[in-house]
Design a protein around this ligand. Structure first.
Ligand SMILES: [Zn+2]
Length: 124
């Protein structure tokens, strides 16, 4: 994805966030957030970077630790997501299905640490 298409996607999915982030020109404000997308994906936004987290089928383990809030959850409460971080290279993340609650538990520092694992994405 090119930068402009990521911005277009962000505008489409999260117009309020896009307005804040890209509004009338460059801004020094750093946006950081994980946003559920209606089709089941998650969007991780850090500044002007956007990663799409694609849900995979749930594995059969009894419990998982969420990579964001780092709380151990039952498998009904988490999903495994795949995010492309470079050509043919994926990062797999286990995340709570209740994204807002998860983000609240995690706090900004853990969210930032998660974003640092994902970004920058090397586009082929
Ligand atoms: Zn969590």
């Amino acid at each position: 994805m090119k930068d402009h298409s990521e911005r277009d996607l962000l505008r489409e999915l999260f117009p309020d966030t896009a307005r804040e982030e890209y509004g009338d020109g460059p801004t020094e404000r750093t946006t950081l957030g994980l946003y559920p997308v209606p089709d089941g994906r998650l969007a991780l936004v850090q500044g002007d970077q956007l990663a799409e987290l694609e849900p995979l089928e749930r594995a059969g383990k009894a419990a998982f630790m969420c990579d964001l809030c780092q709380v151990t959850r039952s498998r009904d409460e988490v999903n495994v997501y795949r995010v492309g971080v470079a050509a043919r290279r994926y990062l797999y993340l286990t995340l709570c299905t209740n994204t807002p609650a998860c983000q609240q538990r995690a706090g900004a520092a853990r969210l930032s640490a998660l974003a640092d694992r994902v970004f920058p994405i090397e586009h082929a």
